[in-house]
Design a binder for this molecule. Structure first.
Ligand code: EPU
Length: 331
């Protein structure tokens, strides 16, 4: 394991906030993770993945844990399916690329989402009509309190839109170590989201879908290697039908989808209607190609991002009576 003290978190968060952590500890095995949990018992602990879904608002006076476990293995298979167990620290997109190369499908629509396997199972990441929960069979996790392992079934994870038990009742109580994905030997393409179907070129395969998803994402979303951001900053709000109808009565062609008994309206549309698309506030900017994303346009401070996000939320509330809330975790 490696333990560093008082280090900059700049390389560990995609928003590129230059804040410090008192301790940054990286482990290579579950045994090492357990040792760290004993050593830092009672301290404030934050386990991070690629730091692609969080906003450090200030220096972190606690222990940051990170996994250097980055392998995956086949644990079972039958005629139809393959069960792949992946380590928490494996970069999701590296896993997906390898699976597509092997002709194993199920995760290709999730291509190019930044982040690691463990975090994807906390956040239930999703894109282009597929969510992590659709392919997660079980989640293995270690209790922060006792160091014992618990295996959560998919149902026990209580997955919802960008939501799980690990963000609610069990917040901070477990560290996910391995995720078992149930994947397909035969391609069952999911191409109904937006223009995905027409973007796929050549012979249909997991790799062809992956390449189409990557092309679409590159057109709309900033590259985390080039521009600081945390992907979608806000969740898309799901509003009661009456609220949607009051908006639809005032605006032409309001984009919307039925979801979870309500109506989901893209936050990108609401934000664009408020005139924020492309606008800057300090070093923070509402991304010009996808206003759901806030970017660090150069030396943004945490306050710049917080102020921009608050101003956008306030305008959406005033104009539409709709509350949009951050998908990004404020630390
Ligand atoms: N829209 C606008 N203006 C814009 C862009 C989009 O009005 O400038 C409206 C359009 O009506 C469009 C709709 O927003 O049809 C939806 O846009 P898009 O398909 O780009 O998806 P999204 O709802 O904005 C969600 C996820 C993304 C994911 C895409 C594709 C959330 C919070 N975000 O965005 O996830 O890539 O769908 O499935 O649900 C992420 O989580 O970091 C992320 C990028």
């Amino acid at each position: 394991m490696s333990i560093q003290e008082n280090i900059s978190l700049l390389p560990y968060n995609t928003f590129r906030m230059d804040v410090k952590a008192r301790v940054f500890a990286e482990y290579n095995s579950v045994e090492e993770l357990k040792e760290l949990l004993v050593r830092y018992k009672g301290e404030q602990i934050l386990h991070i993945g690629q730091g692609s879904n969080l906003l450090f608002t200030k220096d972190f006076d606690g222990i940051i844990l990170h996994s250097a476990m980055r392998r995956a293995r086949c644990v079972s298979e039958d005629e139809e399916n393959v069960w792949i167990e992946a380590d928490n620290g494996l970069v999701m997109d590296e896993l997906i690329e390898q699976l597509c190369d092997m002709g194993i499908s199920g995760m290709e629509n999730l291509s190019y989402i930044p982040g690691e396997v463990g975090a994807s199972a906390v956040q239930n990441v999703g894109a282009y009509g597929v969510e992590a929960k659709d392919v997660i069979e079980t989640v293995r996790a270690i209790s922060v309190e006792t160091g014992t392992e618990h295996v959560f079934t998919n149902a026990e994870c209580k997955y919802g839109y960008r939501d799980s038990i690990f963000k609610n009742e069990l917040r901070g109580q477990y560290i996910i170590t391995y995720v078992v994905f149930k994947l397909n030997k035969h391609l069952a393409p999911k191409l109904d989201y937006g223009n995905l179907r027409s973007e796929v070129s050549g012979e249909m395969s997991a790799t062809a879908i992956r390449e189409a998803v990557i092309r679409i994402r590159k057109q709309k979303l900033p590259e985390v290697s080039e521009t600081g951001s945390a992907g979608s900053f806000f969740k898309n709000p799901i509003v009661p039908r009456e609220l949607y109808e009051s908006v639809a009565a005032r605006y032409d062609k309001v984009p919307h989808y039925e979801q979870d008994g309500g109506i989901k309206i893209p936050a990108a549309w609401l934000i664009e209607q408020c005139g924020w698309k492309g606008k800057k506030k300090g070093g923070a900017q509402c991304y010009e190609k996808q206003p759901l994303v806030l970017v660090n346009a150069g030396n943004a401070s945490p306050e710049d991002i917080i102020h921009l996000a608050a101003a956008i939320c306030a305008d959406v509330k005033n104009k539409f009576g709709i509350t949009i809330s951050p998908e990004v975790n404020y630390i």
